[in-house]
Design a binder for this molecule. Sequence first.
Ligand SMILES: Nc1ncnc2c1ncn2[C@@H]1O[C@H](COP(=O)(O)OP(=O)(O)OP(=O)(O)O)[C@@H](O)[C@H]1O
Length: 256
Amino acid sequence: MFFEMKAVTVQFGGLTAVNNLDLSVEDKQIFSLIGPNGAGKTTVLNTISRFYQPIRGQIVFEGKNILALKPHQVIRAGIARSFQNVELFANMTVLDNLRTGLHPLLKSGVFSSSLRLPGFVKEEKEVLKKAEEILEVLEIRDIAQEVVKNLPFGLQKMVDIARALMVKPKLLLLDEPVAGMNPAETERLGEFFRKLRDEWGVTVFMIEHDMSLVMEISDRIAVLDFGMKIAEGLPTEIQTHPAVIEAYLGERDESA
Ligand SMILES: Nc1ncnc2c1ncn2[C@@H]1O[C@H](COP(=O)(O)OP(=O)(O)OP(=O)(O)O)[C@@H](O)[C@H]1O
């Protein structure tokens, strides 16, 4: 299996945020993790990225136990992520933000970069080429020199995803990628995720509340409620799954 979580449990003090979770994701698919607010979705992502340590369970990526790795080593292994609230350098340009996405992989250290040694210059050229290629595919090349804080939120989210792609990940983790986007931007991004899967061979693991996007582009969906997986299957199966309908209706009742 490409990516697997086995019996993973994550606790915060007395609270069990993720409870005995099994998940399997196949190579080159779009996998969505959905569920009501507070279900534990972001905790799952933060556990895969190694920000949180589970008290039990295993996470295996391409046969490797990633619980033995540090966050930057997870990136080197081929897993990159975007953030729910966009964690970019607001005062830097789009291009410079993309450059920072590559830092976990760069060979040149501060020493060679400050002296601009040949290896560093070559690396810099490659970085620039890669950044421009990603911006081109996202159709946002025109904003390369813009300062991030001046961009609308939808574009900032795209830049955040572009930065995650700089390491050429095999598995891309996305935390609510279309939150705050308008329908046109959402559609554009949905198309882009398909392109990532079909043309770049990237597996997309996404947390998302926009159900029409999730149902449209996911190959498989898993549903969390109170930290437990209550359903998994094809979009058509999830849409009609009684436990899923119940979980979402329950949420609506609470907010009413
Ligand atoms: N760092 C933390 N410390 C303590 N409790 C936490 C922490 N992170 C999350 N929790 C709790 O764990 C539970 C799951 O939260 P999580 O953010 O993973 O849910 P979610 O499904 O991503 O929700 P949302 O859709 O609202 O983003 C919640 O009860 C939350 O309050």
